[in-house]
Ligand binder design. Sequence first.
Ligand code: ARG
Length: 592
Amino acid sequence: MSSILETLNAASCAAFSDMGFPANIGVTRESDRPDLAPFQCNGAMAAAGILKKQGEKSNPREIAQKIVESLQGHPAIAEMEIAGPGFINIRPTRVALTSRAVELAADQNVGATSVSPQTIVIDYGGANVAKPMHVGHLRSAVIGECLKRLLRFQGHNVIGDVHLGDWGLQMGHLITELMDEQPDLSYFDVSKNDDYPVETPVQMDDLARLYPAASNKAKEDPSRMERSRVATAELQAGRAGYRALLEHFIAVSIAALKEGYGALGVEFDLWKGEAAVDPLIPDMIAGLKAQGITEEDGGALIIRVATEEEKKDTPPVMLLASSGAVLYHTTDLATLVDRKAEIDPDLILYVVDQRQALHFEQVFRAAVKAGWYKRDQLDHLGFGTMNGKDGKPFKTREGGVLRLEDLMSMMRDAADKRLNEAGIGADFPEKERADIANKVGVAALKFADLQNQRITNYIFDPERFTAFEGKTGPYLLYAAVRIKSILRKAKDQNVTSGEVNINESAETGLVLALDSFDRALKSATDKYAPHLLCDHVFRLAQAFSRFYSDCPILAGETPDIVKASRLTLAETTLRQLEHGLHILGIEAPERM
Ligand code: ARG
């Protein structure tokens, strides 16, 4: 099964090759001027360049003319036209469009092809136990989830790991603050080292209170800070009561995060974290030492990772601080050891704030130096920040903590307002209406995030995100819901879908949009760029909207076979749109 573009491309490449040119200069692509023709081939200019270099006569328009002659009569080509210095504009035949539409209609994945499967770990989310979430965690969740679904849709075996931050000073803060509040808890009894209560002594609210309390006190008071440090070190050294507390802190946090991320449609396969790999650290360090790649440096243990060519040396990886404490580098390296042993992935992708680029560069180099991975098996996919109107990373709660719940309720409110303005769902049952507002809010937030190039910053603007017109999540939901409603109506009228025939220009536009799905998926994957899939889904929705207004589907005067054909196009569009939305992590309601 090949797309229309692939068919045309094969033909034009062959034509250049028949003329003695390298086939690859004959590529056909989507036109920059779709108003003139959907496809174009610019190979004649490159071919003329080659002739010129050989000292031969070289006129690109003449070459283009010869190519056009040799392509004349190709079953997929209806018209060709030479423009400017030698561009060839190409229009496909109705036969090609129709047979492609038939193929797409019959294909569950609507043209998406699979690739040879790899095992891929995506490290995303990355929230910290007890510490407040920030926009970096939000974006990581949204982008990482999309990439996970994208790669999975193409047939890869993808494992999403939340990689919780659960092994730092925040744990010492929690332990000591809890100790001050409830000194009698058995976890603090040094004479005891097992049989701690199974019931958790804290809930999420407690963690949310204890952490800032301790952290604020520690900022003012060095001795308070020292207690947290000592508790952290004791925890890391294995003090049983503290370990037992850690388990509770982690379990309580995971339960809350499952809910928060779940509301966003973000689901992880693994809920591992830094603490989980701590037991691997001693052996890992012994191994690295035995390999002779570590060095003592002022009491700390490091691995040098700067390369010869570098002007500005990349600082070394810190395995152990001079206090003996393990660091962020250490837990990430141990996680790489763990993933190798447990999963042995072909590729690991880290969807983390661009500000951590140096950290990952260091970790990757050390892992390569240790011989665990090849450099191209590790990739950091950074992203910019979501900013407030002040241009600084967005915060909720009077400039304080970002809470997913607050953010979601802001989005829901904005969606609600839009639905009211548009008079949507006023007569729906309350529960359904609330569900719609929720879906619109989530779609608005996610699409606004994903449609930007990953690395750019953007401004949080619920008003704009929730608009039903323009390139927004709600616009796409509306498109999907509209098709669903057409299909329901068709059912009521006993109209069934049938053989496709492409005649009208809006039908052509729709088939061409459908035809480009696989391409969009592939380029979004190659560049780990969700925005390219957003572009496709938006284009598809627009093409459908034009089709819908130019080509009545169920109207009385439409002949039955045309109704059947158009209904098939509508069904196929919905299926592709739903695949696209699903990959973006967006869910459409049944009606709106
Ligand atoms: N917990 C980290 C933070 O909040 C993000 C973790 C990212 N993943 C990783 N493997 N380091 O900054």
